[in-house]
Design a protein around this ligand. Structure first.
Ligand SMILES: *[C@@H]1O[C@H](CO)[C@@H](O)[C@H](O)[C@H]1NC(C)=O
Ligand SMILES: *[C@@H]1O[C@H](CO)[C@@H](O)[C@H](O)[C@H]1NC(C)=O
Ligand SMILES: *[C@@H]1O[C@H](CO)[C@@H](O)[C@H](O)[C@H]1NC(C)=O
Length: 398
């Protein structure tokens, strides 16, 4: 296993700015992180994204460089047939059966790689905020709009934001090939996709997460912070950078795991639910504290610790819960930020436009946006003429 390099040596001098920054921190604290869910469905992880400009010139002609060739050629992981011997196996839903058959599988061949996304492992400290967006192959429109809006690869406030989408495969036969071809085309144009050859299902999202962390340790070990989230959230990445820069430890070398905190929950035992986790998967009736998977922020240090812990924790099908398990094992806690809500976005009256840009100027993350709304709101919050009276957020009931 690689060891994480110490942070700080290659970082911009920022210590002199720290005090001023600390002063505005408290202000930002209350308003910056806000995870709002416009729907009921609050644990719904879906995408990661990243973008690289490296190799853009010859990207039309050359396939992605394969510098870590061993990751491209894992033998097919075999189904664990004795999983079927557990009590009551035959009455479990197919998704759960599948999960149990393949729970032990942690390595799959890579189809699309981004070895230079962070400028190589050595230069990866220059990435301040890595956007890691879970995206299924079919979600082309979502990726396209994110590339043009909050997930744009860019320099903001003097630091780099980079985007990576993480994906598996879908369907089989020519349908699978067609979607793979689509991702390959996108990769040639945008250089922002990591894809592995496993079935991209809800219960495989933890696997996706672990594969990403393994990739990160190899290719981007010193990125300062990560936003881990879905491809249907609206993330105010400008505000995230400002918020992260305002932290006392803003070089990613200390523990940070922040989002919509969920506590005192346990597995859903109702078989009809998307989140159904039967006793055959988890006996215990409780989950450790975790942050809703729609979007959470973490430091590079914490990503590394989670990856390390994951090596000795069996895969749990709900990916955000699994992050909580890894944190708990490391003795670390996720934190909630004031205003981080996944459930409570309540627009005070039907006369108020739920997509009023003033709502989104102050937030960090809002769950569930359609591509067109994403595009519109992102542009409207950057409109120099936008005038917002006071805090829209504080006028809302959560
Ligand atoms: C296969 O499943 C059985 C029953 O759940 C379990 O005891 C065993 O450890 C599993 N094997 C692997 C390789 O995961
Ligand atoms: C996860 O992916 C593997 C490899 O494609 C697949 O065999 C398995 O059925 C998937 N698991 C679930 C729960 O979908
Ligand atoms: C990684 O985990 C192992 C135990 O699983 C522990 O001994 C080691 O110190 C950890 N490394 C770091 C850097 O956390």
């Amino acid at each position: 296993m690689l060891t994480r390099r110490p942070h700080g040596s290659t970082r911009m001098p920022r210590s002199s700015r720290k005090r001023n920054i600390t002063a505005i921190t408290l202000l930002l604290f209350g308003t910056l992180i806000l995870v709002i869910c416009l729907c009921e469905d609050f644990i719904d992880p879906h995408i990661f994204s990243f973008q690289i400009d490296v190799r853009k010139d010859d990207s039309q002609t050359k396939p992605p460089m394969k510098v870590n060739s061993y990751v491209y050629s894992w033998p097919r992981c075999q189904q664990n047939m004795s999983a079927a011997n557990v009590n009551g196996f035959s009455s479990l839903p197919d998704g759960v059966k599948d999960f149990l058959y393949y729970q032990h599988c942690r390595h799959f061949p890579m189809l699309l790689d981004l070895p230079d996304k962070c400028g190589g492992a050595d230069k990866s400290a220059e990435v301040f905020l890595l956007l890691v967006i879970k995206s299924s192959p079919v979600n082309y429109e979502r990726r396209e709009v994110l590339r043009k809006t909050w997930a744009k690869d860019r320099l903001y406030n003097g630091v780099w934001i980079r985007r990576i989408f993480i994906s598996g495969t879908m369907d089989s036969g020519f349908e699978k090939e067609r979607l793979n071809k689509l991702l390959e085309l996108e990769q040639h144009e945008h250089n922002d996709i990591l894809q592995w050859d496993f079935h991209d299902t809800f219960f495989n999202l933890t696997l996706k997460q672990i594969l990403f962390l393994e990739w990160m340790e190899r290719n981007c070990p010193n990125a300062r912070f990560l936003l881990n989230g879905d491809d249907d959230v609206f993330a105010n990445t400008d505000n995230m950078v400002t918020y992260l820069q305002s932290l006392k430890d803003n070089d990613g070398s200390k523990h940070l795991f922040a989002g919509h905190l969920i506590q005192n929950q346990g597995p859903v035992r109702w078989a009809g639910s998307k989140y159904y986790v039967p006793v055959q998967v988890q006996k215990s009736d409780s989950y450790p504290p975790y942050c809703g998977g729609g979007g959470f922020l973490l430091s590079g240090y914490t990503a590394f610790v989670i990856y390390n812990m994951s090596q000795s924790i069996p895969i749990h099908p709900i990916d955000d819960v699994y992050m909580g398990m890894c944190l708990a094992k490391a003795g670390l806690s996720p934190v909630s930020h004031l205003g981080v809500r996944t459930l409570g976005w309540h627009i005070p009256s039907s006369k108020v436009d739920g997509y009023d840009p003033c709502f989104y100027k102050e937030v960090l993350l809002v769950h569930r946006f359609l591509p067109a709304q994403m595009y519109l709101v992102w542009h409207r919050i950057h409109d120099r003429n936008l005038k917002c009276g006071g805090s829209m957020i504080s006028n809302c009931n959560f």
